[in-house]
Design a protein around this ligand. Structure first.
Ligand code: ZN
Length: 283
């Protein structure tokens, strides 16, 4: 039996099953301070009986370097209490099982890559929600680099109808997350994207910023497919708008451009937790 945790800033999704595609038990708990949250998660797994491995897809930033003494920790998050939290070590000690650990978005990318059935050799997963993050799978392997990608913090070119909003990222102001995350949209226009009228200019502005990130991914690492999940991405029509805008931005230039796909998750809301179970399987 495998265990998986999709560790998010607002909730932890817990699941167990004999394989990543066969979830037989699941449970969601709110994210509070680390002590309370991790203890509640561990108690839920303990109550299921013996799991043989655990996978964690976590919000970040996290330390993914297996040679590092702080591997498995959340590092410099501004989320109160969570900086330097040894999330992987806690579960190794408490449950006595091997733990696989990666970012939440790399876990989701792995799961979507598997769900594509080999249709693409490489894939990126973008989440557009409370924050913006991206995971990358190239030739079947998640990309970490010297830490892990932080695709939400690139600077898009400002849209002609959106010059003045300073953005909400505490580090960068008008980076992608500072302009197009859920909280940024509310700070800018006073409502979530799905609550703004269909003809509101925000729809085109947000689609443009996300499309620029997609174009960057197609142009820089030549992924075949970009999967877009997260709460903001549930806005009706947004992903289609992003795909259309990305084609405009490319202007027919990139090799393989006609095969570029921008889609909603094949696994729906289960991408992250399925990826966490895949990390358990690997562990
Ligand atoms: Zn930023």
């Amino acid at each position: 039996m495998l265990g998986g945790i999709e560790a998010g800033g607002t909730k932890f999704v817990l699941a167990a099953g004999p394989s990543p595609r066969e979830i037989t038990a699941r449970h969601t708990i709110p994210t509070r301070d680390p002590e309370t949250t991790l203890a509640e998660a561990a108690a839920w797994f303990a109550g299921l009986g013996q799991i043989t491995a655990l996978g964690i897809g976590s919000f970040g930033p996290v330390d993914l370097d297996p040679a590092s003494v702080t591997w498995g920790r959340i590092t410099n998050t501004p989320k109160p209490g969570w900086a330097d939290c040894d999330i992987a070590g806690f579960f190794m000690d408490r449950l006595g099982v091997p733990v696989g650990f990666d970012t939440d978005v790399n876990a989701a990318a792995l799961a979507e890559f598997a769900a594509s059935g080999g249709a693409v050799g490489s894939l990126a997963y973008l989440t557009i929600g409370t924050g913006i993050g991206g995971g990358l799978v190239l030739d079947g392997q998640p990309v970490h680099g010297i830490a892990h990608p932080e695709m939400g913090h690139i600077y898009p070119r400002r849209h002609a109808d959106d010059r003045d909003f300073p953005g909400t990222c505490p580090h960068h102001g008008d980076c992608l997350e500072g302009l197009a995350s859920g909280p940024a949209i509310i700070a800018h226009w006073g409502a979530s994207l799905s609550h703004l009228p269909a003809d509101h200019p925000a729809h085109a502005v947000i689609a443009d910023y996300i499309a620029q990130a997609c174009h960057m991914l197609f142009a820089s690492v030549a992924v075949g497919e970009i999967v877009i999940g997260g709460g903001v991405a549930n806005t009706p029509g947004l992903v289609e708008r992003v795909a259309s805008r990305a084609r405009e931005l490319d202007a027919g230039y990139l090799p393989g451009g006609t095969r570029h796909k921008i889609i909603r998750p094949r696994l729906g809301d289960n991408a992250g937790i399925t990826g966490a179970l895949m990390l358990a399987e690997k562990a």
